[in-house]
Write a protein that binds this ligand. Structure first.
Ligand code: NI
Length: 165
């Protein structure tokens, strides 16, 4: 396991799509461990493989509170199959250090994915988990939180992330 470098906006690799994973082998399991370890070290509540420069369809999430036992969820080849309601909370992203902005999301989502053993599962989520699933799923499409913002906020965040020094 290794803590990997998290890519920061505007690194073009963040725009790559996570390609479907056809075989969950030792290489993929090692990558899962790296993504999880990197997320915990940051610390963050979610991290997608594309954020460490690995363009495959995989992300991890752990929304457990600090005083709760860890609850690592691994999503391989995730697909959001249903969305309902509306939610808007302030989100951060490990690829946008120091930035937090309100993003419009669905309040509830149903996601289908495979776990680290390749076993398919379906999960209906709400609250912070639902937001995190949508945020990380976006990463696998090469979509970033900045894309959800209006023109003015988008310019401000872009400037903040690209200014020298
Ligand atoms: Ni993010």
């Amino acid at each position: 396991m290794a803590i990997r470098t998290i890519l920061h906006y505007p690194d073009p690799r963040l725009r790559e799509q996570g390609q479907p994973i056809t075989e969950i082998d030792d290489r993929i399991r090692a990558l899962i461990d790296d993504v999880a370890e990197t997320m915990y070290a940051a610390p963050g509540v979610g991290l997608a493989a594309t954020q460490i420069g690995e363009a495959v369809a995989l992300f991890v999430i752990d929304v457990a509170d600090e005083d709760e036992p860890s609850d690592l969820k691994v999503f391989i080849n995730p697909e959001i199959v249903a969305k309902s309601g509306k939610a808007c909370i302030r989100e951060g992203c490990l690829s946008f250090p120091g930035v937090s902005e309100e993003v419009d999301r669905a309040a509830e989502v149903t996601v289908r994915a495979q776990d680290r053993d390749g076993k398919p599962f379906e999960l209906k989520a709400d609250g912070l988990l639902a937001i995190a699933i949508q945020h990380e799923h976006d990463h696998l499409q090469g979509k970033l939180m900045i894309d959800h913002l209006g023109l003015i906020k988008r310019r401000i965040v872009h400037r903040q992330m690209t200014k020298n020094g």
